[in-house]
Write a protein that binds this ligand. Structure first.
Ligand SMILES: NC(=O)c1ccc[n+]([C@@H]2O[C@H](COP(=O)([O-])OP(=O)(O)OC[C@H]3O[C@@H](n4cnc5c(N)ncnc54)[C@H](O)[C@@H]3O)[C@@H](O)[C@H]2O)c1
Length: 322
């Protein structure tokens, strides 16, 4: 019996930022049954209270979970801290102004989390996610791996959906990754794309449905890149699919799954890139990223990854050096 005594681990998730993304994630996480406790924090206390009340009224329908408001004193015992806090661009404000403001918000939150002696994982969601993951690492002093960004997990899901719908194959049988920056320089790693274990080009030759696969590939890649712009134009924010992508990452962390996910992580010489956070296939488990998969990318994919790294380096420098 004693051996079983400590097998139950109370899984506490703190969500900082209760806007569209934070609230949708909290809702999806509550439904997943992965967490025992979900603590919601927002600097807008009315919004925080409203979101918590709305969520707790769902408790009879959720798997057992405690949902409540919180404060910095809740960081210490958290297994996972998910940061969606930030400000949106205002009219007349440049992107750089926005980066600086969000860098200050994420920088100070990550310092507070580090000061709490939390032994969990920080997951950054606020954009620009790769730059802010880097800032959080530098400001917290945490070891790489324990701070990750949601990166291109969402973009890879969009990519899989588009291939699935074009090829008429269940999305669960499509393995495909978007790598690099979560942003305009991201790219599709076609060399790693498989349907039912068959390389996509071979599958295409066997299928014979279309005569212009190369053109379709570039259209699919462009649609992935433009997805967020389209959704934001239609309804002002993206939140459902990102909420689910965050639950997928949370599952890998809370259950120690060693799942391969394209989270944003600090590279230290992998793929010839050093000291920048971006998305590559990474093994995610209870301590965050514990390994980066050395995927054999094609020469042009390697060049695209380096291109993303250069763009992110400039963005990081613009925040740190000005
Ligand atoms: N990484 C991804 O894949 C992805 C996808 C979608 C959105 N996002 C990003 O997620 C972020 C949140 O998006 P949203 O639509 O939920 O925005 P939102 O404006 O609805 O919510 C942001 C919330 O953060 C709160 N906040 C600001 N500063 C805070 C602080 N210091 N402490 C606590 N709370 C604070 C605000 O009060 C607000 O409620 C944005 O940066 C957005 O670009 C990322």
């Amino acid at each position: 019996m004693d051996n079983n005594k400590n097998q139950y681990q109370h899984r506490r998730v703190v969500v900082i930022g209760a806007g569209s993304v934070g609230a949708t994630y909290s809702y999806a996480l509550a439904q997943s049954g992965l967490a025992d406790e979900i603590i919601v924090i927002d600097k807008n206390k009315d919004l925080e209270q409203g979101q918590v009340l709305d969520l707790v009224h769902g408790q009879p329908f959720f798997p057992s979970v405690n949902i409540r408001s919180g404060s910095t004193s809740d960081y210490g015992d958290a297994n996972l801290i998910v940061i969606t806090a930030g400000v949106a661009q205002k009219p007349g404000e440049t992107r750089l102004d926005l980066v600086r403001k969000n860098a200050e918000i994420i920088g100070s939150i990550s310092e507070e989390v580090a000061a709490s002696n939390c032994r969990g994982v920080m997951l950054i969601v606020t954009n620009p996610v790769d730059v802010l993951t880097y800032i959080a690492l530098k400001r917290s002093g945490w070891e790489r791996g324990r701070i990750i960004g949601s990166g291109t997990v969402l973009d890879s899901a969009r990519f899989r959906h588009l291939i699935s719908s074009y090829c008429g194959i269940d999305v669960h049988n499509v393995h495909a990754y978007i790598l690099g920056e979560h942003g305009d320089s991201e790219f599709a790693a076609w060399s790693m794309t498989h349907i039912a274990g068959i390389k996509i080009d071979e599958h295409c030759a066997l299928c014979g449905k279309c005569s212009d696969w190369k053109k379709q590939q570039s259209l699919i890649e462009q649609r992935v890149r433009d997805s967020a712009y389209h959704i934001i134009n239609y309804k002002g924010a993206t939140h459902y699919a990102v909420g689910l992508a965050l639950v997928r990452i949370s599952s890998a962390i809370l259950r120690g799954e060693s799942s391969v996910l394209t989270v944003s992580t600090l590279l230290d010489g992998e793929f010839g890139i050093k000291d920048i956070c971006l998305s590559v296939p990474s093994v995610v488990s209870d301590k965050g990223v514990n390994k980066i998969v050395s995927s054999p990318l094609s020469d042009s994919e390697r060049a695209s990854l380096s291109g993303s790294a250069d763009i992110l380096r400039k963005s990081v420098d613009s925040v740190l050096l000005t």
